[in-house]
Design a binder for this molecule. Structure first.
Ligand SMILES: Cc1cc2nc3c(=O)[nH]c(=O)nc-3n(C[C@H](O)[C@H](O)[C@H](O)COP(=O)(O)OP(=O)(O)OC[C@H]3O[C@@H](n4cnc5c(N)ncnc54)[C@H](O)[C@@H]3O)c2cc1C
Length: 521
């Protein structure tokens, strides 16, 4: 057995969350080993948020050009996928090469190891024939992978996950999307706008089933207007492939056929691979539960999708900031005893000095993405969403370390119109027994919405007893951007009376919020 190499922290999985934690801890002066088996940066820059939003940007440009007729003259649009594929290859992913991201991590002071990491007892991680013993802690940031339903026949077919859909160079003539959640709808609309015959098959009675029913209606109507066929309540029973086409055989004898099959039926963590049993933890859980400081167990922290707290890059970054602050606090206490001031500093050097490792020099927020070559994968996720400097800036717990709080969790489905939501849906609020009030306004009730001819709405969910919003949805041409004000309202529990007395700029989309506030009942 290899002699364990002693380091301060081992981070397994350098996706959005793990890369951020590992880089920040290394900058703070800790000796950090970061282990990644695929590409540093993870799903978001290579097969998720960034390339999919590039696709959406292109598809929306087509849609906007098609709106010229009757509004501003005439326009002829000839879609071409080639520039989209090229942009994803060259600008987003460096042709799926993480060299720049690896260099950036090493430049921040980390030690990089390519391979699959696995716990091998308390504080110990094995990767290939190397074993690392962590002085302060192990951070798991291994994310999720597509959850493939156990449909007979499916495994033997060349179905697509988001990976093949993002990497596609030439579009198929037709596509079935098995799954009508956010990812399925975003990709379905993109491909339809580029001329692909798309059918969405959704098991639930409505697409986007986790959001408000009104959101499902708006999204379904928009996709149908783009030529997408939406079939809900479809219980897929088996899949066949004849070498050219896929057929999904559904309950009741219905069959759906297309050239490609995209499976987007959710994602799952693969805990069984992580050696959790060697530290007395249950590897058979769906996700790895963590406390509000992201601690999964003694000396083990977890970050990102595998915690099951919401599969979003902004959640991974939010959690990463908490992990960094808590781990630095833990390391400082372990080395130097309690801080008489009772506060945890996460500025570079504070722990470095304690652990005998020279400080990286400069604040923990410095440098994210700065070494990038300009591609999104090499820097944009880190620098754009990093929340740089936010570490430790949140509301402090007893020890000054920010605690995770998901009450105002924002999420955006980037269909056109965009559907942004924060906090509780009406149904969730009622299930919690709140004294619920709901306010609604069509976007067209605002002058800007009417001028724009854009579909959408604002829906507010209030706790009447407290006089605050606990949830909201903003659907519209800029639904994800309009959401920001609603996130502040939910996050800071701004009194509704105060929201009603705000001044809303005329004629913006967000004036519909004011209308919805006056509709609360
Ligand atoms: C198509 C698509 C679009 C999306 N769009 C958005 C969006 O618009 N906005 C948004 O906020 N989110 C979006 N997401 C979600 C976002 O990508 C994830 O929430 C984010 O990537 C989670 O980061 P993570 O660090 O938890 O995991 P990941 O990014 O999945 O990274 C985990 C890393 O761990 C590595 N790994 C796993 N096991 C091991 C092991 N044993 N040893 C070593 N390495 C290991 C993996 O190779 C991977 O690189 C999208 C996702 C998809 C699929």
């Amino acid at each position: 057995m290899a002699e364990p190499e002693l380091v301060d922290v081992v981070v397994v999985g350098l996706g959005v969350g793990g890369d951020e934690v590992a880089g920040k801890l290394a900058e703070a002066g800790l000796s950090v080993v970061g282990i990644e088996r695929d590409l540093v940066g993870g799903e978001c820059p290579y097969w998720g948020c960034v390339p999919s939003k590039m696709m959406i940007r292109a598809a929306n440009a087509l849609a906007e050009a098609r709106r010229v007729d009757g509004l501003a003259g005439t326009a002829q649009v000839r879609p071409d996928w080639a520039p989209v594929a090229k942009r994803i290859r060259e600008e987003a992913t460096d042709t799926w090469d993480d060299r720049v991201a690896v260099d950036r991590f090493v430049g921040r002071g980390g030690t990089f190891v390519r391979g699959s990491g696995r716990l091998d007892g308390p504080g110990r991680v094995r990767v290939g024939d190397r074993v690392f013993q962590a002085r302060y802690g192990v951070v798991l940031g291994t994310g999720t992978r597509p959850s493939i339903p156990p449909l007979p026949g499916l495994a033997d077919t060349p179905y697509w996950t988001n990976h093949q859909a993002i990497e596609v160079e030439e579009l198929p003539a037709s596509l079935l999307s098995l799954g009508g959640g956010a990812i399925g709808l975003e990709l379905a609309q993109v491909f339809a706008r580029f001329g692909v015959q798309v059918t969405v098959l959704e098991r639930s009675e409505r697409v986007l089933a986790v959001e408000e029913p009104e959101s499902s209606e708006v999204a379904a109507a928009a996709l149908r207007a783009d030529g997408v066929t939406i079939e809900t309540g479809v219980g897929a029973e088996r899949v066949s492939h004849d070498g050219q086409h896929f057929t999904v055989h559904a309950a009741g004898g219905a069959e759906f056929t297309a050239e490609r099959l995209l499976v987007v039926t959710g994602r799952r963590a693969h805990l069984a691979e992580l050696g959790l049993d060697t530290v007395g933890m249950d590897p058979d859980q769906r996700y790895l539960p963590v406390d509000d400081r992201m601690r999964a167990g003694d000396g083990i922290w977890a970050v990102g999708d595998l915690t099951g707290e919401g599969a979003f890059t902004h959640i991974a970054m939010y959690q990463a900031a908490i992990v960094v602050a808590d781990l630095l606090d833990h390391a400082r206490r372990a080395t130097a005893g309690p801080d008489p001031s009772g506060t945890a500093s996460v500025v570079g050097g504070a722990v470095g000095a304690a652990s005998g490792v020279p400080a990286a020099g400069g604040p923990a927020s410095a440098g994210s993405g700065s070494a990038g070559s300009g591609t999104a994968a090499s820097g944009a996720v880190g620098s754009g969403v990093a929340g740089s400097g936010a570490v430790g800036a949140g509301v402090g717990g007893p020890q000054g370390v920010a605690r995770a709080d998901y009450l105002a969790l924002p999420r955006v489905t980037f269909t056109d119109p965009e559907i942004g939501a924060v906090g509780l849906t009406e149904r969730q609020a009622r299930e919690r027994g709140l004294n619920v009030q709901v306010g609604f306004a069509e976007l067209a009730s605002s002058t800007r919405g009417w001028i724009h001819r854009g579909d959408g709405f604002i829906k507010l969910v209030a706790d009447a007893d407290r006089g605050v919003l606990v949830g909201a949805t903003s659907a519209g041409p800029a639904g994800g951007e309009v959401l920001a004000g609603l996130v502040v309202a939910v996050h800071a529990a701004v009194p509704i009376s105060q929201l009603r007395h705000m001044i809303y700029a005329y004629p913006t989309f967000h004036r519909a919020i004011e209308t919805a506030l006056h509709d609360l009942r």
